[in-house]
Design a protein around this ligand. Structure first.
Ligand code: DI6
Ligand code: FE
Length: 406
């Protein structure tokens, strides 16, 4: 078995073994030392050997930015964009996010859940054992709660770690037309209620000229911080609004998208340890041409993560492996940086850096097994899924969970 811990120079053990105990990794090291490590720990417990057939093993992948719960789709909007309409024009004309809000509100709880379940299964089939799931298509007290409950329920139906994020500050719902500040005030009042129900692990916003201003985002962030919730932000996706610097100043876990990020934003993120979450699927699907400032982020030592941004409008992909490839081909990340971006840096972006995303003793026993010789192959091939087995929390994931149904 080979192990790629995702550490500098791949952290790759060409011949390694893992011991797990309960949900955690107990020991990881060279195969030659595995027998001794096992004997030293041997108690009365029964041991189960998971035969990994000399295959590559990586930490379970982490998709740290998704909008997995929504109704309907936006295939018609895709056609309109191909005929020349821009994403912003469609959004300003009441389409875009608002059309998904209407479809989400009209969907039953069961429909919302089963569609999200199929999407989560497709991610899991590629070795994704941890996913962040945002609300943001309900935009009312009850509809946001329904989406967050559906996200929470996924972790009871599948052996995955789910982190939920409230993205109520995603777009202005029609009933608040022309009253953005009133909507923000409402969101600040709703947050404690979602939090009290245990529905929220973090708070996000869309800081953009077609969404909310930095001042409005700051009000939502103050409400989050009053509840002790970490924040993150969709920032600098379509223009430079100074969102990343604002997020960094408030200690954000991540600032996401970042195509239009300037030097000040990079410096602020470096100072606060905020992760740069790059989303090549949205860049590709919107045919953006402005690249995020990768060289400046690298130079400043800002940790870089990669995610699908799965959503019906700008990134309807369910392949995190494809995002690895795009991060390399479109953003010129190295395959090693891309893998770190969906393992340990992604864990950091979720506040799970000390428990997820690495093959290390004490970390959660989440790992993926690949029909590959070297970890660089995960970014190299595209449109191809070499994942042969997934172990989550020390348990082999049954093949029935790994069927692609979305
Ligand atoms: N940025 C995005 O790319 C998605 N949300 C956001 O804030 C787009 C969501 C959509 O178009 O439905
Ligand atoms: Fe997003």
């Amino acid at each position: 078995m080979s192990a790629a811990a995702g550490e500098p120079a791949w952290g790759w053990l060409p011949e390694g073994d893992l011991l797990t105990r309960g949900e955690r990794i107990e020991w990881v090291g060279p195969s030659a030392e595995a027998e001794a490590a096992w004997q030293a720990r041997r108690g009365t417990e029964e041991a189960e050997v998971i035969e990994l057939q000399c295959r590559l093993v990586t930490p379970g992948l982490i998709d740290a930015h998704t909008h997995l719960v929504y109704g309907g789709d936006r295939a018609r909007e895709f056609e309109m964009r191909l005929q020349g309409a821009s994403y912003e024009e469609i959004a300003r004309a009441g389409g875009g996010i608002r059309s998904t809000v209407a479809a989400t509100r009209a969907a039953s709880d069961e429909t919302l859940f089963s569609a999200a379940l199929a999407r989560a299964r497709a991610l899991l089939a590629e070795g994704v054992t941890t996913m962040e799931i945002k609300s943001g298509y309900g935009l009312s007290l009850e509809h946001e709660a329904r989406c967050l409950r559906a996200a929470r329920r996924l972790a009871t139906a599948l052996p995955i770690t789910v982190r939920t994020t409230s993205l109520a500050a995603h777009a202005l719902p029609p009933e608040f037309e022309g009253r953005a500040d009133d909507y923000i005030e409402a969101v600040c009042a709703w947050l404690p209620q979602w939090h009290a129900e245990g529905l929220v692990d973090a708070v996000d916003g869309f800081c953009e000229r077609i969404a909310f201003t930095p001042a409005q985002v700051e009000r939502v962030f103050s409400a989050a911080r009053a509840l002790g919730l970490p924040v993150k932000l969709h920032a600098e996706q379509l223009s430079d609004s100074g969102g990343a610097a604002l997020a960094a100043r408030l200690g954000a876990l991540s600032a996401d998208h970042l195509e239009y990020l300037g030097d000040d934003g990079v410096a602020a993120m470096a100072a606060s340890g905020t992760v740069a979450m790059l989303l090549p699927g949205a860049y590709y699907f919107l045919r953006e041409t402005k690249l995020p400032p990768i060289a400046a982020l690298r130079k400043a030592g800002v940790p870089i993560a990669i995610a699908t941004d799965h959503n019906p409008g700008t990134s309807p992909t369910l392949s995190l492996l494809l995002m690895l490839n795009m991060a390399c081909t479109l953003f010129r990340l190295t395959p090693e940086e891309a893998l770190a971006g969906v393992t340990r840096h992604a864990a950091q972006a979720l506040g799970l850096g000390a428990s997820h995303g690495q093959l290390r003793a004490g970390w959660r026993a989440d790992f993926a097994v690949w029909a590959a010789e070297h970890p660089n192959e995960l970014a190299y091939r595209f449109g191809h899924n070499p994942c042969t087995a997934v172990v989550a929390g020390g348990q082999t994931v049954p093949p029935s969970h790994l069927h692609r149904t979305a």
